[in-house]
Design a protein around this ligand. Structure first.
Ligand SMILES: [Zn+2]
Ligand SMILES: [Zn+2]
Length: 333
C-alpha cells in the first residue's frame, strides 16, 4: 500500500510499504479520510517520530477482520478512536483512560497511523457510523472528543460568559459545545481569516482579532468583569497568558492546546483563577462525540476546508503552518 512517511523535519515521502494484516482482536481499516491535527503539525515541524506513518484522526471501512472479532463486517463504516489504554491500571479502572501510563494506539505513541491506504486497529477502538452521516463527518469525531473533554472539565453552566482563545478545529468545536451546553455568550479570539469566518458561522457572539483591537480591553467591556470560563485552544505560551488574563476573578481557565512552555502567571493567585489542563479525552467522550455527529447536533463538516490526496500531504502540512483560509484539512489516501 501507499503511505506517507515522515522522513525528516518538515519532509514527507510517499512510499510503498507492506499492507497491515489484522492480528487476533484486530481489524484492518481502509482509510477514507485522515485529518491533520495540531499534534501532527507539531510532529512535522519539530521532527518528532521520524520514520513513522502518522495520522490518528480517521474514518474508514473495515477491509479485513482478525480472529475472534465479532459484530463487525467487511465494508462497515467506522470512526476509529486512535487511543488504546491498558484497561487495568488505576486510571483505566476509574474511567480516566486518558491518564493511563500505558497509552498506545493508531498513529500515536510510536505506532503506525492512517496517512496510508490501510491502518490497523483493535476492535474495541471502533465506533459504528451510520451511512447517512458520511465519511467526512465521521473523521471529525476524534477532534470533537478532545473539545468535549475540555468542555466537560470546565463545568460551564447555563448562562456563563465564555471566551475561546484560538479558533482552530478544537477551539471551534469547543465553541460548538459551549453553544450546545447553554453558555450565555461565547466570544472568540483569533487572527486567521478563515477561522474567524468559521467562528462567526458557528454562532460566536463576537470574534476579536488581536491584530485589530486590544482584545483584553474589549472583552472586559463585553463581559463586564471577565469571563466565567476561558478555553485556551491555541497551543502557544502567549495564548496561555492571554487566557489567564481574560478570566474573571474566581473564574476558570481550561487549557486544551498543548505543546508550549509557559511561566506560571501570578493571576492564578491574585485573582484565584482555577486552571485545568485537558488531555485528549476519555472513551466516553469519543462515544458522545460520535452520537452528537450522528444526531446532527454539531456541524463538523463546516470546519472541513480542504480535502487533499495523499500525494499532496507535504503541501497540505506546509499550508497549515501559517493558516489563512484553512481550518481542517483532510487527507484522502
Ligand atoms: Zn488529534
Ligand atoms: Zn491503564
Amino acid at each position: 500500500m501507499k503511505a506517507a512517511i515522515l522522513k525528516d523535519k518538515e519532509r514527507f515521502s510517499i512510499e510503498e510499504v507492506p499492507t497491515p494484516r489484522p492480528g487476533p482482536g484486530e481489524v484492518v481499516v481502509k482509510t477514507t479520510y485522515c485529518a491533520i491535527c495540531g499534534s501532527d503539525l507539531d510532529r512535522f515541524t519539530t521532527g518528532r517520530g521520524i520514520g513513522l506513518i502518522h495520522g490518528h484522526e480517521f474514518s474508514g471501512r473495515i477491509a479485513e477482520i482478525g480472529e475472534g472479532v465479532e459484530g463487525w463486517s467487511v465494508g462497515d463504516l467506522v470512526a476509529v478512536d486512535p487511543i488504546t489504554q491498558c484497561n487495568s491500571c488505576y486510571w483505566c479502572l476509574r474511567g480516566e483512560g486518558n491518564l493511563c501510563p500505558n497509552v498506545g494506539g493508531t498513529g500515536m505513541a510510536g505506532s503506525s497511523g492512517a496517512y496510508a491506504e490501510y491502518a490497523k486497529a483493535k476492535s474495541v477502538q471502533l465506533f459504528r457510523v451510520p451511512e447517512h452521516v458520511g465519511e467526512k463527518a465521521a473523521t471529525m469525531a476524534q477532534c470533537l472528543a478532545v473539545a468535549l473533554h475540555g468542555f466537560h472539565l470546565s463545568q460551564t453552566k447555563i448562562g456563563d460568559k465564555v471566551i475561546v482563545v484560538g479558533a482552530g478545529p478544537v477551539g471551534l468545536q469547543v465553541l460548538a459545545c459551549a453553544r450546545l451546553g447553554g453558555a450565555g455568550k461565547v466570544y472568540v479570539v483569533e487572527k486567521a481569516a478563515g477561522r474567524k469566518d468559521a467562528a462567526a458561522k458557528l454562532g460566536a457572539d463576537a470574534v476579536l482579532d488581536p491584530g485589530d483591537v486590544d482584545v483584553r480591553q474589549k472583552l472586559l467591556g463585553l463581559t463586564g468583569i471577565g469571563a466565567d470560563v476561558v478555553f485556551g485552544c491555541a497551543g502557544n505560551p502567549q495564548a496561555v497568558q492571554d487566557s489567564l488574563a481574560l478570566a474573571k476573578p474566581g473564574g476558570t481557565v481550561v487549557l486544551v492546546g498543548n505543546y508550549w512552555v509557559s511561566e506560571i502567571s501570578s493571576e492564578i493567585v491574585m485573582w484565584e483563577v482555577s486552571v485545568r489542563g485537558s488531555r485528549a479525552y476519555q472513551r466516553a467522550d469519543f462515544g458522545e462525540a460520535v452520537e452528537l455527529i450522528v444526531d446532527g447536533k454539531v456541524n463538523c463538516e463546516a470546519l472541513i476546508t480542504g480535502v487533499e490526496p495523499l500525494a499532496n500531504i507535504q503541501q497540505a502540512f506546509e499550508e497549515l503552518q501559517q493558516p489563512t483560509t484553512q481550518v481542517k484539512t483532510l487527507i484522502a489516501p
